[in-house]
Ligand binder design. Structure first.
Ligand SMILES: Nc1ncnc2c1ncn2[C@@H]1O[C@H](COP(=O)(O)OP(=O)(O)O)[C@@H](O)[C@H]1O
Ligand SMILES: [Mg+2]
Length: 494
């Protein structure tokens, strides 16, 4: 091959795409990486990925957590990208200035001079709806060739398949375009309640600071911890989890720090600890609130000095790892009770991220997550495209979700397994929620057989959602105090 480096980049681009998909990567960063590699692979001066925004019905250059940042937007009727998106065909132009489909207004805004253009639709297959456009400009050493065209067309389909597996996929898979379900791949949710969480995840990922994730079980703490790791400088290193709840006291130390051969009966060889395995990466101490008191001092010393000894060993060892922790416990109370060391508490709590419970995120988020899991499990179990029975949607919104996202995931998995026809119904949920529903006044769905308290809680949550999670505003509308809103919204519906 004459152009070996470009050919290698072409292949590795496809491989990278596949590996990035398995992770909780920041989608924005992923698209940036892809365009960078693509420009190199096709020896182009510039590469752009346009996405069809299904909500607005136009083209956007990138998808950001804050939609207004650094984004180009244009109607589907304009320019080469618009043509590719609306006609679903590849366009190759040798001389932009003499082509009527070319829109020179972007150049005059940016100062860039477009000569040659190659653009292909992003879609899952040749007949599938268009999700976006991948475009390269100004090939060095002559216009784009036939082989470039075939490559870009294939890449457009790879990208389409890739996006279908991310949170950046269509709400309605049979229609065109994409909807941003969450800012990170595999993390769904755009509720106001989660916005601050995502912002902190992104900021923490830029640094090596110790972070404590707090929230009820099943809220996504483990998933978010992984997101901090894979979006940071250590993403190439290991992510090692220590679950502090499942370990008997005597084993915690050896699990964390390893042991020497002969350290205790049965220790037939030297075994490295999790701390050592996490070298160059991240050590995630899950449920740190459950760490036995006997270990808290040893962990504190490790956090302060980054040195440790294996069980039965005398040499001081050191390791370079970033620490993330999570807990569902009220650590302040544990400190007061004396079951959690105060100095350790201060050490792990450098930056704190409070992950809200599922019910606090509002009905839209519950339904968005439900659709996400339905698609996920339907694909996994080979079920037809899932559809929700209206009563099932109402039941999902009315439930109080004490088990949070994990509980929702189990409900949906169960319903998908029990639905060979793809229809998700309440009687296919594991824990049968109230069945029939009525529509109340302005559209809040409240199931028939709720108690007054349960119905009130559902109504308060709906109001809160309408106020974008603003408790003070919801309190004003409902004519009660802010605390009452918080208390009522948290009332269990079962
Ligand atoms: N925002 C989310 N989007 C998609 N899946 C989620 C989300 N939050 C949680 N999950 C899924 O729910 C389950 C529970 O999440 P997990 O991170 O284990 O919770 P925790 O550690 O707080 O108990 C996991 O299967 C996880 O992938
Ligand atoms: Mg967890």
């Amino acid at each position: 091959m004459t152009y070996a480096p470009a050919a290698v980049t072409r292949l590795s681009l496809l491989v990278d795409l596949a590996s990035m998909l398995a992770r909780e990567v920041d989608l924005d960063a992923m698209l940036d990486d892809v365009t960078g590699a693509l420009a190199t692979a096709l020896r182009a001066e510039r590469a752009t990925i346009w996405l069809v925004d299904a909500e607005q019905g136009d083209l956007v250059t990138r998808v950001a957590v804050l939609p207004e940042v650094g984004q180009l937007r244009q109607p589907l009727s304009r320019g080469v990208a618009g043509h590719v998106a609306s006609h679903a065909e590849v366009v190759r132009i040798d001389e932009a200035a003499s082509d009527t489909r070319f829109d020179p207004s972007a150049d005059s805004r940016t100062g860039f001079v477009t000569r040659s253009i190659l653009a292909a639709p992003i879609r899952e297959g040749a007949e599938a709806p268009v999700r976006g456009v991948v475009q390269v400009l100004n090939r060095t050493g002559g216009p784009f060739e036939e082989s470039d065209e075939r490559y870009l067309e294939a890449l457009g389909i790879q990208l389409g398949r890739a996006l279908a597996m991310t949170t950046l996929r269509a709400e309605d898979v049979s229609g065109p375009g994409l909807v941003l379900r969450g800012p990170f791949n595999r993390i769904v949710g755009r509720s106001p309640a989660m916005e601050g969480v995502y912002e902190r995840i992104a900021l923490c990922a830029q640094t090596d600071a110790t972070v404590l994730l707090r929230g009820q079980t099943g809220t996504g703490k483990t998933l978010l911890a992984r997101a901090i790791h894979v979006n940071g400088a250590r993403s190439g290193g290991p992510f090692v989890t220590v679950d502090c709840t499942t370990l008997p006291d005597q084993l915690v130390e050896s699990e964390l720090f390893g042991h020497e051969r002969g350290a205790f009966t049965g220790a037939e060889r030297t075994v490295p600890g999790k701390v050592e395995l996490a070298d160059g990466g991240t050590l995630f101490l899950d449920e740190i609130g459950d760490l036995p008191p006997s270990m808290q001092g040893k962990l504190l010393r490790f956090l302060q000095e980054r040195t440790y000894e294996r069980v039965g060993g005398r040499t001081s060892l050191t390791t370079d790892c970033r620490i993330l922790c999570a807990t569902h416990h009220d650590l302040e109370r544990r400190v007061e009770e004396g079951t959690f060391r105060r100095d350790l508490y201060y050490r792990v709590r450098v930056v704190q991220i409070d992950v809200p419970g599922l019910a606090e995120r509002g009905p839209d988020e519950i339904l968005r997550l439900a659709r996400h899991f339905a698609d996920l499990y339907a694909a996994r179990y080979g079920r037809p495209e899932p559809r929700f029975d209206p009563s099932a949607l109402a039941a999902l919104v009315a439930h109080s979700w004490p088990g949070n996202v994990r509980e929702l995931e189990h409900w949906i998995e169960s319903a998908v397994v029990l639905a060979p026809d793809g229809v998700l119904r309440t009687d296919r949920f594991p824990d049968r929620p109230p069945g029939r529903t009525v529509a109340a006044g302005d559209g809040v769905l409240v199931p028939h057989d709720l108690s007054i308290d349960e119905a009130r809680a559902a109504y308060v949550r709906a109001t809160l959602e309408r106020c974008d999670g603003n408790k003070a505003e919801a309190a004003r509308r409902l004519g009660v105090s802010r605390n009452t809103v918080a208390k009522l919204a948290a009332t269990s519906s079962r």
